[in-house]
Ligand binder design. Structure first.
Ligand SMILES: [Zn+2]
Length: 205
């Protein structure tokens, strides 16, 4: 039975990862480093590395997870958590809708449990395609919940950063998330558990 569920989960993640590497009507990718054009499927097969010069392209969250976690081990955490518009900031609602449509994601971060080489862990991946991977209250909450889940279950934690910083449309509420996630990480580290922070392109904030 577990085998069937694992297969289903592997297929679901593969589908989500494939969606990130598919742009309707666009078969070629132009490399920002060497300017060369490559087939989109060749770039995807090379794990988002330019086949001509080796430049690393930004990666979507599900594609990153599909390349890091063991097949069939992916289980998403708090998938439904998404940004609200607490300040009723002009145009924010439409921007959120656009980002959700473009990426198929609810928020700029995906958190999940899974295994790497058979070792269970918690992984969080920010996705720069969703409003530059900016930190909203929901992103901060998802990250904090993932950190606390890892702490409670004594699991290693890996966070892949890709962010432009705080989400300005949520004002001080987004700025508070840095303190909240840092405090959660400090509590996690006091337990002596493993935390790996991976900085990916683009991380500016
Ligand atoms: Zn290139």
């Amino acid at each position: 039975m577990e085998n069937i569920f694992a297969k289903r989960r592997a297929r679901l993640l593969a589908m989500k990862a494939m969606r990130e590497n598919y742009v309707p009507g666009e078969k070629l990718v132009t490399c920002p480093h060497c300017g060369g054009e490559s087939q989109r499927k060749d770039v995807a097969a090379a794990l988002s590395v330019c086949p001509l010069c080796g430049c690393h392209f930004p990666m979507g969250a599900y594609y990153r997870l599909s390349s890091v976690l063991d097949p069939g081990s992916f289980r998403e955490l708090h998938e439904k958590l998404t940004a609200s518009d607490p300040l009723r900031f002009p145009g924010y609602g439409a921007k959120l809708d656009g980002a959700r449509r473009k990426t198929g994601m609810n928020e700029a971060v995906v958190t999940a449990t899974g295994t790497i080489g058979g070792v269970r862990c918690v992984a969080g991946v920010l996705d720069s395609r969703f409003l530059m991977g900016s930190m909203s209250a929901a992103v901060g909450e998802k990250l904090t919940l993932a950190i606390e889940y890892a702490g409670k279950n004594k699991l290693p934690l890996i966070l892949f950063a890709a962010s432009g910083g705080a989400r300005m449309q949520e004002g001080i509420l987004s700025l508070m998330q840095m303190a909240k996630t840092s405090a959660a990480l400090a509590r996690f580290s006091e337990k002596g558990l493993l935390y790996i922070s991976v900085l990916t392109d683009p991380t500016t904030g």
